[in-house]
Design a protein around this ligand. Structure first.
Ligand code: IMP
Length: 180
């Protein structure tokens, strides 16, 4: 275990097994259709890569970058698109791939923007869900794991751009961010 982690919540093997289950479910639900996976940069890239390689339906990949207006997330949910999609999603079946849904404010903004482009369907697939923290209702169609209200890192999730490449998901020791 990495020395900055207090506890490992999900090991690499547990993560991969769960993503395979999700991929089976999604492949069944979208049989005979093509899906556009809209991945929110950067955290969701790890999750998307493993999910996409396990899917048994044709997919197109696209990416959205979002930037917070307020440094340090002082105003959660006040975000803007810093990198837009390359493709037109009108009439397409679209799945937004997120690393974690916390308050839901970021996704509410993104879903509003994307639904205005008139896709045929629009659903959310998130790797982690901190649903006890939700401030706005978000229709999460697929979720990897429900997690407690703790700050986690690994498998794409960062603190200050670090820890993304950890193969597991773990709770970050509070000393790491309190000591700054
Ligand atoms: P929301 O708008 O509150 O749902 O925030 C979602 C974003 O907050 C995620 O995409 C992450 O960037 C970040 N976030 C929330 N909780 C965590 C966490 O425990 N670890 C790392 N990032 C987190």
């Amino acid at each position: 275990m990495h020395e900055d982690l207090e506890k490992v919540l999900f090991t690499h093997d547990q993560i991969h097994r769960r993503i395979d289950e999700l991929a089976d479910e999604i492949s069944r639900d979208y049989q005979g259709r093509e899906l556009v996976l809209v991945t929110v940069l950067k955290g969701a890239v790890f999750f998307m890569t493993h999910l996409a390689e396990s899917l048994r339906i044709p997919v197109r990949l696209d990416f959205l970058g979002i930037a917070s207006f307020s440094p340090g997330r002082a105003l959660p949910g006040v975000v803007r698109i810093s990198k837009d999609l390359d493709q037109d999603i009108q009439g397409m079946d679209v799945m937004v791939i997120e690393d974690i849904v916390d308050t839901g404010l970021t996704l509410r903004y993104l879903l509003n923007v994307l639904s205005g482009r008139q896709p045929n369907s629009l659903v959310v697939c998130t790797f982690l869900d901190k649903s006890t923290r939700r401030l706005v209702e978000i229709p999460v169609r697929y979720r990897g794991f429900e997690i407690p209200d703790r700050f986690v890192v690994g498998f794409g999730l960062d603190y200050d751009q670090r820890y993304r490449t950890l193969p597991c998901v773990g709770i970050l020791k509070s000393q790491v961010y309190q000591g700054r």
